[in-house]
Design a protein around this ligand. Sequence first.
Ligand code: UDX
Length: 494
Amino acid sequence: MARPARLRRRNCYHGRLSGAGQAGVVPAGPPPGSSIVSHYDHILCIGAGYVGGPTMAMIAARCPHLKVTVVDINQARIDAWNSDDLPIFEPGLDEVVRAARGRNLFFSGDIAGGIRDADVIFVSVNTPTKTFGQGAGQAADLQHWEKTARQILAHATRDKIVVEKSTLPVRTAQAMERILNHNGHGLRFDVVSNPEFLAEGTAIRDLEDPDRILIGAHETPEGRRARTVIADIYANWVPRERIIESNLWSAELSKLTANAFLAQRISSINSISALCEATEADVDEVAYAIGTDSRIGPRFLKASVGFGGSCFRKDILNLVYICRGYGLDEVADYWESVIAINDWQQARFVHNMLANMFNTVAGKRIALFGFAFKADTGDTRESAAIGVTRQLVAEQARVVVTDPKALDNARIDLAPQAGLVEFEPDPYEAARGAHAIAVLTEWKLYRELDYARILAGMERPAFIFDGRNILDHARLHAMGFNVFAIGKAPLKHF
Ligand code: UDX
């Protein structure tokens, strides 16, 4: 998908960090017991995106003794980071940036100067799925990463630690080390892997209070020393016991594995949702029942129309590609099935709509409630709503999309369907004259609408397809709606 010069805005919800002004509260200096970090006080991050910007802002806010500079080839993005209108919205981000910007946090377009000054360089450039050549559609496109490595080499005048922050295939560090250390200048580069686990919408909370920080390095004296330097940075605010040290390859693989496991849980419960619909079991009850087993746990068991977001699909495809590269076809097939179930779940949702609306939606107005890939963000990357809309348009439905924050991105995603889809910020207007509503994002506001008023303006029979299981189905049914939820018996009037 083409990306505009500026990061796509995600003006999402206006929640604040709990704990007043945490970002402004900074410790006095390096953590006790740290002897190395003071020699490494110039931090550079290459890549001012979703990960680099917030992560560096948090490091700067929490480590006033360090100078943190963020550079990017995209000057418009840098200008936005230097303005009052940051290029991304995350609850609490403004406060963190304001606390440190101009003091020890700088956003700059001077990549060469930044590299020269830096002791530690975090690399946080994007690694999208490759769209060409070998591995197209699965492998990670590493061209930005390699260019960055060569840039570091071109401008470095002393030894540096290079930190992989981008999600990368296992053993990328090896390639980086080879490029960096065969330099003929006698310079030494230690490559460390420090994958990011933050989720959109909760990035600042995740950075502030992470479950863990993972740092991988070679088990050599130099590798261990580099790892300690990075651990010391985080130890300014993260308890030491949450800082996990591992070898390089484990750290790289853990990032892909974490996302694959999270996505797998969603595909697992979504697969069971189909069985629930067939048997009249209720998927929310099943999820609750299994989630109370402490070995399973309750999170990431919410059945839905399918997962989206920039990471899950990309990282699983990458994992699958790597497995195939090592001849592990069974392992690749296993993880690929997580994506297959997700695609199937989306298709199944549209099929249910069609089947229950008398096998035709042609010419029928259908209101899609939500287009973002999850609530509290305007981000639509890989959103299930994209596939659902395309399939409905292919069935010649008159689709109207509503979303409190994602309509701009929806217009970009649906450019090929221009003229065939309507965009309407007001859900009441979107539903007026519609045969059906499909809830595709779990925005809280959709729970709170006046559905009696909505029903009054709809065609009959009126349908609601709740792709997020957020509505009060019994109440809607009593009102007169025909209600179809994920993994639940339908509530119909015919
Ligand atoms: C994810 C990982 O959580 C994060 O650790 C990683 O660094 C980046 O990828 P993110 O993409 O921001 O973060 O969103 P996340 O909250 O994980 O949700 C992903 C998708 O799964 C969304 O579409 C969400 O709606 C869906 N989801 C999530 C479900 O359908 N059911 C669930 O139970 C949980």
